[in-house]
Design a protein around this ligand. Structure first.
Ligand code: UD1
Ligand code: UDP
Length: 381
């Protein structure tokens, strides 16, 4: 039996891990024992628990309760607790997702104990090392044994950094294997896309109509922790809502709520006081999918939401100077607006009401998680 640690910490990782959990569950050979480990990086009910319930992931067998903190302290505490856990539970393999501090901590703790690391969402690069995520991604990739890149761009980034696609088994940290695998988030969007329809009452509750609202999310450190950028983005959203009488639904990450409350006095009250800017708490995954499927346009600085815009055939304004998901901007249905109100306005005018966009299949066939599990099992043959 292969002991696999499925490591989560932040909201998108819980969602991604559900795809691997499903693959383990569907694996007829039953050769994998899954241990879901939650670092506790995200802990509010709406940032964590709700996903375990809705996505039918086994409850975390272990929650390390690390919580929030500055990067160094948070990551160090995760490494310390993960190391203790790995010593105790002796996993054969540790699966980490994406680019958060939980990803890096899992990769460092496991690799130094000679436990093979599997990195799902490997190779993604913004080429901006001022982003904490960019550091986390690069470091994680370079201590991993199996690296699964969702896109061809990510796969090429890995080759550029010295990974050899021709490596042959047995794979290990010194002889890693890179794959262009497709995206497990696409698997999830297909699996949960239909189920989201049962959340349709949410549109009535919010007082919005299909194709008649903008969906926006903002949480990236570079936007929340820079008061000028944060103000510019929210002022632009406010102006679009007012000028075009279009509701803007914003399920807001707790980090952004705190940052807005700390901005100049009265700003948060002003933007959240009207009828059209609908700032709401984080929503569940099924609710989020429903909003993505029914929005007229999406604006976001989230990696996951950029891709889901594409999965659900919606144009997307990317509130960042660059993106790791370059195929989206190259295809033309995603536009980098950064935090520039003029570009955001122009982007809205370019895409609002458009029905003539095409969305090629960039992210695999919807069966990526199963294929990844087979490769993981292959490590132990
Ligand atoms: C983290 C990831 C980011 C990812 C995002 C997904 C890092 C460096 N960043 O960013 O890549 O896109 O998760 O959502 O790992 N907070 C709460 N309740 C919670 C969680 C957070 O109130 O349940 C607040 C705390 O004030 C905390 C702040 O949000 O200090 C930031 O949380 P943190 O997990 O450090 O980073 P995220 O911005 O969530
Ligand atoms: N998401 C959600 N509820 C929300 C906001 C986002 O379920 O209120 C989902 C979204 O559908 C996507 C994932 O969370 O699957 C993206 O996570 P996030 O934006 O926090 O992080 P990122 O992808 O940028 O790392």
């Amino acid at each position: 039996m292969i002991r696999l640690v499925n490591l989560v910490g932040a909201r998108p990782q819980i969602i991604k891990a559900s795809a691997i959990s499903r693959a383990v569950e569907n694996d007829r050979t039953g050769g994998v024992e899954e241990l879901v480990v939650h670092t506790g990086q995200h802990y509010d009910r709406k940032m964590s628990e709700v996903f375990f319930e809705e996505l039918q992931i086994p409850q975390p067998h272990i929650n390390l309760d690390v919580g929030s903190g500055p990067h160094g302290r948070q990551t160090a505490l995760m490494i310390t607790r993960l190391e203790e856990l790995f010593l105790d539970s002796r996993p054969d393999v540790v699966v980490v997702y994406g680019d958060t501090n939980s990803t890096l901590a899992g990769a460092l703790a496991a690799s130094k104990m000679h436990i093979p690391v599997v990195h799902i969402e490997a190779g993604m690069r913004s080429f901006d090392k001022r982003m904490p995520e960019e550091i986390n991604r690069i470091m994680t990739d370079h201590v991993s044994t199996l690296l699964f890149s969702p896109t061809i761009a990510g796969f090429k980034n890995l080759i550029r950094e010295g990974f050899a696609p021709e490596n042959s088994p047995p794979y290990n940290i010194n002889n890693p294997k890179i794959f262009h695998s497709g995206d497990i988030m696409y698997d999830n969007s297909l699996f949960f896309g239909r189920l989201a329809e049962k959340k349709k009452d949410l549109l009535n509750d919010l007082g919005v109509q299909e194709d008649g609202f903008v969906l926006a999310t903002i949480h990236r450190e570079s936007n929340t922790d820079d008061p000028q950028r944060l103000k510019a983005i929210f002022s632009a959203l406010d102006a679009i809502a007012a000028d075009h009488s279009v509701p803007v639904v914003i399920p807001l990450h707790p980090r952004t709520v705190k940052a807005l409350q700390e901005l100049e006095e009265g700003f948060f009250e002003k933007i959240s006081g009207g009828d059209l800017l609908k700032i709401i708490p984080p929503v569940s995954y099924l609710e989020m999918i429903l909003l993505e499927k029914t929005a007229g346009l999406i604006m976001t600085d989230s990696g996951g939401v950029q891709k889901e815009s594409h999965f659900f055939k919606k144009a997307c304004l990317v509130l960042r100077p660059h993106t790791e998901w370059v195929e989206l901007t190259e295809n033309g249905n995603a536009l980098l607006t950064d935090a520039d109100p003029e570009k955001i306005q122009a982007g809205f005018e370019k895409y609002w009401g458009r029905k003539d966009l095409s969305f090629p299949a960039f992210y695999g066939d919807g069966h990526t998680a199963g294929a990844i599990l087979e490769e993981i099992k292959g490590l132990f043959i």
